[in-house]
Write a protein that binds this ligand. Structure first.
Ligand code: GLA
Length: 385
């Protein structure tokens, strides 16, 4: 268990001291991709992989942070001008700053942390890191004054203000609110959420990692968001100034402004409007254990992400085709895209065939082996020791 490793490394680096240990998970998302920043629905759950950090206030105004997996050590102060250059340290620094902006008197601390969420696989390792520190700082310096939803916003604001990614709220929300065996449908416009027990008897959820590293910060993500906002602006002018998000639009409205927007923006908005509806369809299907419909919607999402939103890639499309050829119930690229994993809903009896075929054919074609992760839906941010 890597918790013990974190404890050992902390002790070693910080003169035999002991602190408090916190953990936060990565996430999957059954359906509802790129809908969060459009005021739509998402349907994530936390997974049994995440970040663990040991933290101890050190009585100074400096943070001393050791990234165990990278064997990298960084020290930084807590004022705005003290922002570290090292990218992993900026997540921790950003969380400290965002907590301070919300009235928490953040002081210096020592920390060592490690994770088992694969980096760049679309499972939100960065949200896991942010949530771990937001949760811990709230407890250690804030008397738990900040409520849970605001802790998720701290992580999101960290991405916006310190890491250059204009992400939505889904990843940080899932990492904080996750519950074992439950998916959570979040309405990103009203912030209302509902837990849905998820025990697909006879099926497994399998992630196939294309090992193509996605680079969300590489502006492509922000560009998708801009397209959506462009369309909203035109709709406000042409249809109704009260339209705030693509959530407020339908395809008829999109067609009304077709001549006033680029072909590219049209495709982006079409995908988003359809995807928001798909989340509701999947929730309804789950309530009657209709996994065939859930799977069908997953394939539709993949098609939309590949052909309209254009955030898939050759490797992910290839994995999606293998799933289809094996008669896997549902399969799609998961998360922001541009690499990372496909999420697959696979009947128990097809599991071996699918995994064997995916590994063999992918390796033959791309000369590298994909990674397989079985997913267990688990708890959100918490203190371990
Ligand atoms: C990334 C972002 C999320 C969300 C997904 C796509 O994971 O951090 O806010 O937009 O992409 O659904």
């Amino acid at each position: 268990m890597f918790k013990q490793d974190v404890r050992d490394k902390f002790k070693k680096h910080f003169n035999g001291e002991e602190g408090f240990v916190y953990a936060s998970p990565g996430r999957i998302n059954l359906i509802g991709e790129h809908t969060d920043y459009n005021g739509g629905f998402v349907f994530p759950g936390a997974v049994d992989k995440g970040m663990i950090a040991e933290i101890k206030p050190n009585g100074t105004d400096q943070v001393r942070a050791y990234a165990i997996d990278l064997k990298d050590y960084v020290e930084f102060g807590l004022r705005e001008e003290d922002a570290p250059h090292t990218s992993w340290a900026r997540y921790i620094f950003g969380v400290c700053r965002e907590m301070a902006k919300r009235g928490i008197e953040v002081k210096g601390f020592d920390t060592a942390f490690s994770g088992d969420v694969p980096l760049g696989a679309g499972m939100s390792s960065s949200a896991a890191l942010e949530s771990t520190f937001a949760f811990a700082i709230n407890e250690l310096f804030g008397d738990n004054k900040i409520e849970k939803f605001e802790l998720a916003r701290v992580g999101q604001a960290t991405e916006h203000n310190y890491c250059g990614v204009n992400c939505g709220i889904m990843d940080q929300f899932a990492s904080i609110f996750g519950k074992e065996g439950q998916l959570i449908r979040l309405d990103c416009r009203s912030s209302e959420y509902r837990y849905f027990p998820f025990h697909p008897t006879g099926y497994k959820l399998v992630l196939v990692d294309s090992v193509v590293k996605h680079e969300l910060a590489s502006s492509a993500y922000n560009k998708r968001r801009e397209s959506c906002e462009n369309v909203v602006k035109v709709m406000q002018k042409e249809i109704d100034p009260k339209i705030e998000f693509l959530r407020d639009a339908d395809l008829a409205m999109l067609n009304q402004v077709k001549d006033k927007i680029s072909q590219e923006d049209y495709m982006r908005a079409e995908y988003v409007i359809e995807e928001i509806q798909r989340v509701l369809d999947v929730c309804a299907a789950l309530e009657v254990d209709d996994y065939e419909t859930v799977g069908k919607k997953m394939y539709e999402t993949h098609h939309g992400m590949s052909k309209l939103y254009e955030v898939s890639c050759e490797e992910l499309d290839f994995l999606n085709d293998i799933a289809k050829n094996c008669a896997v119930t549902g399969s799609r690229v998961m998360g922001g895209g541009f690499g990372g994993c496909t999420l697959n809903l696979v009947k128990d009896e097809l599991y071996d065939l699918f995994v064997t075929k995916a590994v063999k054919e992918f390796t033959e074609k791309f000369g590298k082996s994909p990674k397989i992760y079985d997913v267990k839906i688990s708890d959100g941010a918490r203190r371990l020791d």
